[in-house]
Design a protein around this ligand. Sequence first.
Ligand code: CIZ
Ligand code: SF4
Length: 350
Amino acid sequence: SDPDLVARAAAAKAKLGDKVFILGHHYQRDEVIQFADVTGDSFKLARDAAARPEAEYIVFCGVHFMAESADILTTERQQVVLPDLAAGCSMADMATAEQVAECWDQLVDAGVADSVVPVAYMNSSADIKAFTGRHGGTICTSSNAKRALEWAFEQGEKVLFLPDQHLGRNTAVRDMGLSLDDCVVYNPHKPNGGLTAEELRAAKMILWRGHCSVHGRFSLDSVNEVRERVPGVTVLVHPECKHEVVEAADMVGSTEYIIKALDAAEPGSKWAIGTELNLVRRLANAHPDKEIVFLDRSVCFCSTMNRIDLPHLVWALESLADGRVPNVITVDPETEKFAKLALDQMLALP
Ligand code: CIZ
Ligand code: SF4
């Protein structure tokens, strides 16, 4: 990265001292990660920020829903800054508050709403988390999705899983022993979600039709091709990948799981990883004694994660050092209250 920008970021950060705490998501660029005080997945980062009440400014190098979650979990006094407001998440954007309210009305009309427990993936807007809290549901991450579903099926007969259909389906089928026929997909762009009342009554898992634009691009061909290209390879993918990809892989797990699996791997072992490219490259560099390849070379970075680059970070830090607080992400108190209810339910999962 540009040595001038590196020096400016370092100077602004030094001037701010303990007043600033920089969070770096695993999918961020190296040029940004070098300035992170901690790295992690979205949930770990939000908790790390909450554990630093002396930091007035939390600079969140990640995407919008993550900055919202950090605002929800941090104190009133702490301000969360997103260095580029255009860093959204296409998956989170696939479920809006209006669409989900319409879906719920339909569940009410079909006479099933009383038996439905919403489970929302961490990768969702604060509005969707608040909807989940209002209706007695829970948030989940890719690490605790199984426990979240076990809990939800103790509370009710059906789950409405938002917004990632793949994580929902993979967890239901692989971990809960449900069949693909127990799952239906609610498409917010079709009248009535494209589902009849009978279909809703018969379903156990109602999956929102959302997906990750990075993980959703790995295909069964990606897996077959890498097995030919790298004999003896172990294929390890994130559960946001399509069901057929997850079924064809050798191992499946969250970002933190992938990192730990590679730490524990034997020298000389060969791995194909199906997750975001910045992380895969960093892992390959960190483990020169292992052969680590990207599952599909035609799949690219998460484009919105990559919007946070060194120039944006420098701008955010220099603004803070000058006494201006740019790009503050705030969740209104009413939304925050119900979103926190759903997040607290996740923390209380058995
Ligand atoms: O796919 C993502 O963006 C993930 C896994 C985010 C996170 O850290 O929860
Ligand atoms: Fe959203 Fe996928 Fe990017 Fe994560 S990797 S921020 S889920 S689009």
